[in-house]
Design a protein around this ligand. Structure first.
Ligand SMILES: [Zn+2]
Length: 417
């Protein structure tokens, strides 16, 4: 009898542990939590380490709003109020000169989960960069409008809740809840308004940070979106990674929406209402001791967004380069070339010649053996874009080398099968 009770106890514990692994500690969540399992204790520990309100409270935001308001490029406004009647502030950043062509719209919101302050620190660096006199910032302000909500859940921040609002509701995963939370209603109304405007949102970033101690984007599988969207997603994520390759994980690091389209997230709303038109993704920074490099992450984010929108940045500072560098070999894309999905089997390699010259572009494997000569001949000054079928190459790292006169440039990429 005792053995049976012992056996049943073990089985019950097994089921309990297994189901809590699947669904977290806060009840039934049909999709795995993108911010990692809900660990309230770890969040409170984090509160002790980082200080009150995880180092940035509502008062800190009010002080910063006062500073940003002094910039000619920033407009501060409130979109509505939280449960406890705190304003949901929006910072809009763009040029103070009227546009020559319609500006492109980028939306960023942070601090849905108050404990995940690192997602905010990246956003803060985005604001700092956008308000600076850096030539790239000037370029972005001229071409784009950035709407940024620094603190989407101010009550949660003030109440020291790690994930919820004042009603104890997770605003991230309750976008389709009925009744809808006031904060969700405000942001949904704002998105609806912007999507109906002449310059609808094209990129919407949802800034979080996860216990995984990695920086990554939550990639949406084609099962929950569409094959064309996943190609856009990869280009977007890898395009940002290009500017911080060792800092941000590759697109396949965290794949979600593998069993369908969830209905509960802001990204779900964008997907269901606007499909491929909006690159709406969650970014997860590191929520651990090794977090940092927020400036590098912000730099990569903004450069990647500009590239994704097809806005080539050529600064005055970068202009002397053509005289000193006769060639420029660019990073191939997509990288890695993922041949296991049956869609991507080719890669694009670009190089630019600033003067006419003889060039040789060779491909090598990881052991330095020449695999192919990709291009060879006397070429006039121009940008060359070469598409190569990679389907016959096996998994691994490859190098491509552009030789022109006594100058050699080498870059690498990876094939995954
Ligand atoms: Zn989160």
């Amino acid at each position: 009898m005792r053995r049976i009770i012992y056996f049943l106890t073990v089985v019950c514990w097994g089921i309990f542990l297994f189901s809590s692994l699947l669904w977290g500690q806060d009840g039934l969540i049909p999709f795995p939590d993108k911010c990692g399992p809900y660990d309230r204790e770890a969040a409170l520990q984090n509160l002790e380490i980082l200080g009150d309100h995880w180092g940035y409270g509502y008062d800190s935001l009010l002080a910063d709003l006062g500073l940003w308001a002094q910039s000619p490029y920033a407009t501060i406004g409130s979109l509505g109020a939280s449960v406890q009647n705190r304003a949901l502030w929006q910072v809009t950043i763009t040029s103070d000169i009227p546009p020559t062509e319609p500006r492109r719209t980028v939306h960023i919101h942070a601090r849905t989960h108050p404990n995940e302050v690192q997602g905010w620190w990246v956003t803060d660096q985005v604001i700092q960069l956008l308000l600076s006199e850096d030539p790239f910032a000037q370029f972005l302000r001229e071409k784009c409008v950035f709407h940024i909500i620094p603190m989407y859940n101010p009550d949660g921040v003030e109440l020291k809740y790690s994930r919820e609002n004042a009603h104890g509701i997770d605003l991230e995963s309750n976008w389709n809840a009925n009744p809808v939370e006031p904060e969700v209603a405000v942001l949904r109304q704002r998105f609806t308004e912007l999507m109906a405007s002449p310059a609808p949102v094209e990129v919407a970033l949802n800034m979080h940070s996860a216990w995984a101690c990695k920086r990554y984007f939550v990639y949406h599988d084609s099962v929950g979106t569409s094959p064309p969207f996943t190609i856009l997603e990869r280009n977007f994520i890898e395009g940002i990674r290009y500017y911080f390759p060792n800092g941000i994980e590759p697109w396949f690091y965290f794949i979600s929406w593998t069993s369908g389209t969830p209905l509960v997230y802001p990204e779900s709303w964008f997907w269901l209402n606007h499909g491929e038109a909006v690159m709406a993704l969650t970014y997860e920074d590191m929520n651990c001791a090794s977090a940092g490099n927020y400036d590098m992450t912000a730099y990569a984010l903004l450069h990647g967004v500009a590239d994704y929108l097809g806005l080539p940045f050529t600064s005055i500072a970068a202009a002397p380069e053509p005289q000193t560098a006769p060639v420029q070999l660019r990073q191939s894309y997509p990288n890695p070339v993922n041949a296991c999905d049956g869609i991507t089997t080719s890669a694009v390699i670009e190089y630019q010649l600033f003067t006419a010259q003889q060039v040789t572009l060779d491909l090598f494997d990881v052991l330095g053996r020449k695999v192919a000569t990709l291009d060879e001949g006397y070429r006039p000054a121009a940008t060359y874009q070469l598409v190569f079928d990679m389907s016959r190459l096996s998994t691994g790292k490859y190098f491509y080398r552009l030789r022109s006169g006594n100058r050699v440039e080498i870059k690498q990429f990876t094939i995954i099968k």
